[in-house]
Design a binder for this molecule. Structure first.
Ligand code: NAD
Length: 349
């Protein structure tokens, strides 16, 4: 056995109703909080401002999927003009991603309050999009210093967002199991993350207000984010970034469609990972179990139905194979073409 394991410090407060702790938790980081949300989550941002009182200097409700570079520039300018000394990000991965982009430019600490299952709140990684290309950046300073996990905030997350978002976190766990830097601790966390999400997501879809299932899903998302932060990813994440950047496809839904096919691509090269995934999902065949989970949560199953044009497959193959990256199975243009064709059509892997 041989590995290096490194984690960045992060304070995690997890409980139903934990948002009540926002003021004292924010006070640990600063006294001029710039609150970030999407337009759809503005009311939650304003609720945070109410909880913070005079320590809240603005609610910046301009976060967007895939974090366009223009959106980053506007947010950095506003945070600078208002002399923010800390950031409060309340929302999904897009909101937390914008906060990280500001934190990177302004060297500000982030308090993150996730309301989806993206896992972004515990990673020092963020993406931004410029001219149709999604770039991924990593900087230790952008890892949120404090995370408030309050499952009550996820009760209103619609089933059609909840399911794919949870599968996005499962995707972090799946790729962590066969990552180049995989290690025994991360693999335990990844398997447990898949188990927690595989168990809770169908319940969440059936009964979105089940607080117990929501807590288990958020716990799985935390594990997904932790393993994403700890070890690198592989072909699946690469493809999803390419597809998101090139065709503006919705992030979590794209992960959901591609994951069973990416797992099938790597199945023979990563047998131990497949054993863990299948065990976590109570099945024998990992790619098939992932596909079955997608069906059981009523997810969109094809890239075609997400709006990807068929003639985009070749463009995606070219982008994904342009520069080499780690993957357990060799990455070939033919292999990626087959994978994307299957994902575009949406049949079982
Ligand atoms: P998102 O943040 O774009 O949210 C999806 C939609 O759900 C938005 O319209 C949002 O307003 C709404 N929403 C969020 N919480 C809600 C709630 N509780 N109730 C009702 N509506 C709610 O989607 P996402 O999938 O969370 O994040 C995607 C982005 O995150 C992508 O840009 C992706 O690259 C990034 N991401 C980053 C990491 C990382 O570690 N850096 C990990 C995963 C995803």
């Amino acid at each position: 056995m041989r590995f290096i394991h490194e984690t960045l410090p992060s304070r995690v407060v997890f409980r139903a109703g934990a948002l009540d702790d926002l003021a004292p938790e924010t006070a640990r980081l600063g006294s001029r909080a710039f609150i970030v949300s999407t337009p759809g989550q503005k009311a939650l941002g304003e609720h945070c401002a109410g909880l913070l009182g005079s320590s809240a200097i603005a609610v910046h409700d301009k976060a967007m999927m895939h974090t366009p570079a223009d959106c980053v520039r506007a947010a950095v300018t506003r945070a600078t003009q208002l002399d923010a000394d800390c950031l409060v990000a309340i929302g999904g991965g897009s909101t937390i991603g914008l906060a990280k982009a500001i934190a990177f430019e302004r060297r500000l600490p982030i308090l993150a309050i996730p309301t989806t299952y993206s896992g972004s709140e515990v990673t020092p990684i963020w993406g931004y999009t410029d001219n149709g290309i999604k770039h991924v950046a990593r900087d230790a300073h952008t890892q949120p210093r404090t995370v408030i996990y309050d499952p009550v905030l996820t009760l209103k997350l619609p089933p059609k967002v909840s399911g794919p978002s949870g599968v996005n976190a499962i995707a972090h766990c799946v790729e962590a199991l066969y990552a180049e830097a995989a290690n025994p601790l991360v693999s335990q966390m990844a398997e447990e993350g898949i188990r927690a999400l595989g168990h809770s997501l169908p319940v969440v879809i059936e009964n979105p207000s089940d607080l117990h299932a929501r807590s288990e899903a958020l716990y799985g998302a935390w594990l997904g984010g932790c393993v994403l932060a700890a070890v690198g990813m592989a072909l699946h994440h690469k493809l999803c970034h390419v597809l998101g950047g090139a065709f503006n496809l919705p992030h979590a839904e794209t992960h959901t469609v591609v994951l069973p096919h990416a797992a099938a691509y790597n199945a023979s090269a990563a047998p131990e990972a497949m054993t863990r995934i299948a065990r976590a999902l109570g099945d024998r065949d990992a790619p098939r179990a992932l596909f079955n989970l997608n069906e059981s949560i009523g997810a969109t199953l094809s890239l075609r139905d997400l709006g990807m044009p068929e003639d985009g497959i070749e463009h995606a193959v070219a982008l994904a194979t342009k520069s080499p990256f780690y993957n357990p199975a060799p990455v070939t243009a033919d292999g990626v073409r087959r994978l994307l064709r299957n994902a575009w059509e949406g049949g079982a892997p």
